[in-house]
Ligand binder design. Sequence first.
Ligand code: NDP
Length: 290
Amino acid sequence: MKIAFIGLGAMGYPMARHLAKEHELTVWNRTREKAERHAREHGTKVAADLAACAAADVIITILPTSKEVDEIVDQLMPSLRRGTLWIDATSGDPNVSRETAGRLAGKGVPFVDAPVTGAVVGAENATLTIMIGGTAEDFEKAREILKLNGKTIIHVGPVGAGHAIKVLTNSIMGATVWITSECLLLAKQYGIDIKTALAVTNAGSGRSNASENLLPMRLADHKWPLVFKLAHHDKDIRIASTIAHQQHASTPMLALTQHLFTSALNQLGDQADYIEVAKIIAPMNGTSWD
Ligand code: NDP
């Protein structure tokens, strides 16, 4: 299968590497050097220009937001061929993706939203969970390709459903990271060693991905790697809030989580990692994690 892969960021770079094991992969990236490095390291081909991506049987995008995806759709629109499948693995906006799917349908190009979860380590190890919105037929085609990237691939509904569930599940994670950090800080202020507090949490009913995998490295070992930009996480929670508004829903926890994450982003800046929100909680309480 000829696949054009657009967006070699933290997630896209390793995902494209796995796809290249079984497919003829052409890669395009805004910063061309990354595409050239990918070609050298993984035997992929660098697209001569963006328009060259339109010759593929399948186009995969994984970009920061639906806005950048839409810009790429606009640029490729004149060259697109009937029957090419467009898989958008961005954590995007379901409202935008439904419109995008409608525009592409006019060219005979089916679209599925196929966001992923499992972090960079999941992309590296091809253990991502992938949630797909689209028709049953397009889902099957997308699954055949994305099985190289993930073990769990779920059809969640029509176009937009993948993007919707992705931002909702990330909102759950955001709220969990915040409340877990708050309670661990309280434990520390009470005089309980942070490793002990984590051990008890992880052996009990408060355990979560945050307490088991995300926070120990940062709070106990003081290592703060950049794996998922806070700006991306804030974007996801904002999209979830939009869904809540559209459904006239009462979601105070979601609203609070969005305010906290946006406030943290404004304080920490565009290049912060999402778990750095825990850093904000210590000065909010006149203390530090050290
Ligand atoms: P990165 O910021 O690492 O990479 C973004 C990619 O998009 C880069 O290839 C960048 O190109 C490209 N890009 C940015 N702006 C534009 C533009 N205007 N036009 C064209 N290309 C552009 O992001 P991630 O890989 O971390 O995330 C990508 C998506 O995956 C996001 O929606 C995110 O929410 C989601 N996601 C991320 C996870 C993670 O752990 N990182 C986990 C699950 C989902 P360039 O190299 O030139 O900057």
